[in-house]
Design a protein around this ligand. Structure first.
Ligand SMILES: NC(=O)c1ccc[n+]([C@@H]2O[C@H](COP(=O)([O-])OP(=O)(O)OC[C@H]3O[C@@H](n4cnc5c(N)ncnc54)[C@H](OP(=O)(O)O)[C@@H]3O)[C@@H](O)[C@H]2O)c1
Length: 258
């Protein structure tokens, strides 16, 4: 299948590790151009050096007000084909552990910046009458995950926002979809396993094995597998799919419509 991504320009948020890293590499391997965003300058530079002609970088915290402005300024009047809206998740906490400041921080790190970024770039997509937006959230939007109350709660607001947005812009050739990953082999899942290990007193490997046993596929997902679906959603081929929240979870979701 030809994904028709060559020479197209994509914004990839959280492009230096995990899902964002895998998706940035996959896009670049298809001949696309990438504006990569993350906080760590050195990791961004490592990515740029791999594809110096096709990677531009923005080092910034996506939850800070100035980052969307930097993206808009770098893009200037160039066409943008799509964007991956992705960064780190909120800290792993039970409800009882949270303070009000955790909820304020989760609003900023999970929801607010995504709205700000869409507000900043939607005018460009609307002018082009074309655009692809893919958000990376979590299976926690379909099935709450123990000790992740901030993710379980705040990401549902992203689902409501993206679904509503999808209906407002569907006639303009712009799609927005959410990928809801289950457990994949990235730093974020390592932090979840570590947290469970700390809480339970079990060692890291035991907790990892217990986790794998809860996954019908019997293993953690590979970010490259995840990237293959993201690429299709970012491509022109996906034009009739919008407003969807798609699980990528090795069968973890048990509901019939999971
Ligand atoms: N991995 C899983 O199994 C899993 C499952 C369910 C949900 N998720 C969710 O999927 C998303 C991505 O997870 P991942 O596993 O790919 O995470 P990851 O491996 O920790 O990578 C996160 C990427 O985002 C960047 N980033 C983080 N916070 C940022 C910020 N405030 N501003 C700019 N860049 C930022 C990081 O670079 P810098 O640190 O340099 O900024 C890095 O490039 C997260 O929301 C996570 O909770 C993951």
């Amino acid at each position: 299948m030809q994904l028709e991504l060559e020479n197209r320009l994509f914004l990839v948020c959280g492009a230096t590790a995990g899902f964002g890293g895998a998706i940035a590499h996959a896009l670049l391997n298809e001949g696309a151009k990438v504006i990569a965003v993350a906080r760590n300058r050195q990791k961004l530079e490592e990515l740029r050096l791999l594809f110096p002609d096709r990677v531009e970088t923005i080092s910034g915290d996506l939850s800070r007000h100035e980052t969307p402005d930097s993206i808009v300024n770098l893009l200037s009047n160039r066409a943008l084909d799509g964007m991956l809206v992705n960064a780190g998740g909120p800290p792993a906490k039970s409800f009882i552990e949270t303070e009000m400041q955790d909820w304020d921080a989760a609003y900023a790190s999970v929801l607010r910046w995504k709205i700000a970024l869409v507000k900043a770039l939607l005018p460009k997509f609307r002018k082009q009458r074309y655009g692809r937006m893919v958000f990376v959230e979590s299976i926690s939007v379909k099935q709450p995950v123990e000790n992740l109350v901030l993710s379980n709660s705040m990401r549902l607001a992203v689902v409501g926002f993206v679904k509503t947005l999808s209906q407002e812009i569907a006639a303009e050739g712009i799609t927005c979809n959410i990928l809801a990953p289950g457990y994949h082999d990235t730093n974020a899942v390592k932090r979840v396993i570590q947290k469970k290990s700390d809480v339970s007193g079990l060692d890291y490997t035991t907790v990892q094995k217990q986790l794998q046993n809860t996954i019908p596929a019997g293993r953690l997902g590979d970010p490259a597998e995840f990237a293959s679906l993201a690429l299709w959603l970012l491509s022109p081929l996906s034009g009739y799919i919008t407003g969807q929240t798609i699980s990528v979870d090795g069968g973890v979701m048990l509901g019939s419509f999971g």
